[in-house]
Design a binder for this molecule. Structure first.
Ligand SMILES: [Zn+2]
Ligand SMILES: [Zn+2]
Length: 378
């Protein structure tokens, strides 16, 4: 029989193969991690409006429960925020997406919360009208077609990367409409370790701090990750102990992408070397520069700072790529420099390397017109 590490009671939750907890000490621990993470920042003032993104997977199901718990407390530990909820409806399988969206509405309503549901294809348009709460949005075929063409013309690795930037943008757009200065998103230690390695592999190493740290500060609306110290293993126990229903557990990532390989690697690490994953994330929090540049990528809002760079990894990559596609007789310095900007569209001036490379790999690189307008007018 295993003994709870905290209270010496009967331990039924076993973490990292060695640490046992009873259900009640385990839940207290998870709530504590959530509150400690928010507490450290001191960025939230009382009654702050916060937009909370609910995908319906493991992370957001637990986040919803933790927020609800925090709000119902009746003491000094009460969570003092005004929450708004958003679900972004996917674009690939409409029947399935509708099913998920309906289940998310139901799940939020059970807690007494309203939820906004929006289509991810709304990204195509610059204007955004807030839908009625708890209703499924209508789809406009032209918009969906354009969106699908843009995404599907990219190879899997670029698709996943670009979709993550699109979702971030849409979260911020909805937060603006609702006058929320903060967004909560539900990444765990495990997902963040995965994102960190993916970032590095896709040339977004300089964006690690905003993508993996507690707070994404690229926009005036900040994205916070309050369950970032909780692992996927703990979440799985959490839903089990509290008998919560996770709406969908499918990994949305395509099997033939770089991200899916990294995800498999991190999952394996988590099982066999659990301490490594949290070490990866702690390292990420220490990397990065805090100063802000005025030039930002039009897609992901990352700083465009190339002034002081020596020969960067990007230049090395462009160079080898250009060389490999050029006829040998044209391989001279001027040709290579000219090709650099056409190979990676709008790079440095309007887009970061990661976003520009996504476009360079799309056969239909027609961005939404509101982005193109900015790029061309400037
Ligand atoms: Zn206990
Ligand atoms: Zn970018």
């Amino acid at each position: 029989m295993s003994i709870c590490k905290k209270c010496n009671g009967y331990g039924t939750v076993i973490l990292r193969k060695v640490d046992s907890y009873c259900e009640s000490c385990f839940l207290i621990g998870a709530n504590h991690k959530f509150r400690a993470c928010l507490g450290k920042t001191k960025t939230l003032s009382p009654n702050e409006k916060v937009l909370i993104c609910i995908k319906g997977g493991l992370g957001s199901t637990v986040l919803l429960d933790l927020v609800s718990n925090g709000l119902t407390l009746d003491n000094h530990k009460k969570l003092r925020i005004i929450p708004y909820f958003l679900h972004l409806k996917g674009f690939e399988n409409e029947e399935k997406n509708l099913e998920i969206a309906k289940a998310v509405i139901k799940m939020c309503n059970v807690y007494g919360f309203n939820v906004y549901v929006s289509n991810i294809s709304d990204y195509i348009h610059s204007d955004y009208i807030l839908p009625d709460v708890n209703t499924l949005p209508t789809l406009d075929d032209v918009t969906v077609d354009r969106f699908q063409m843009l995404i599907r013309s990219m190879p899997p690795t670029a698709q996943i990367d670009f979709l993550a930037k699109i979702k971030r943008k849409l979260f911020i757009r909805v937060a603006q409409k609702l006058e929320c200065k903060f967004i909560f998103s539900a990444e765990t230690t495990t997902t963040l370790a995965h994102h960190l390695l993916s970032n590095i592999a896709t040339g977004r190493g300089s964006q690690v701090q905003n993508d993996i740290g507690f707070s994404d500060n690229r926009d005036t609306i900040k994205i916070l990750r309050p369950i970032k110290d909780i692992t996927k293993e703990e979440l799985t126990h959490y839903v089990h102990v509290k008998a919560l229903k996770v709406i969908h557990n499918q990994e949305t990532e395509r099997k033939d992408s770089l991200q899916s390989i990294i995800s498999a690697f991190v999952t394996d690490l988590q099982v066999n070397f659990p301490a490594t994953v949290s070490t990866i994330c702690k390292t990420a929090d220490k990397i990065g520069n805090h100063h802000h540049k005025t030039n930002k990528c039009e897609i992901c809002e990352s700083d465009l700072d190339m002034e002081n760079s020596q020969l960067s990894a990007l230049e090395a990559t462009s160079f080898s790529r250009i060389i490999s596609i050029m006829e040998p007789q044209h391989r001279n310095r001027d040709n290579i420099t000219n090709k650099n900007s056409s190979l990676f569209p709008y790079i440095h001036k309007f887009l970061c390397y990661g976003c520009s490379r996504n476009l360079s790999e799309a056969s239909n690189s027609e961005l939404p017109s509101y982005i193109l307008d900015k790029i061309k007018v400037s």
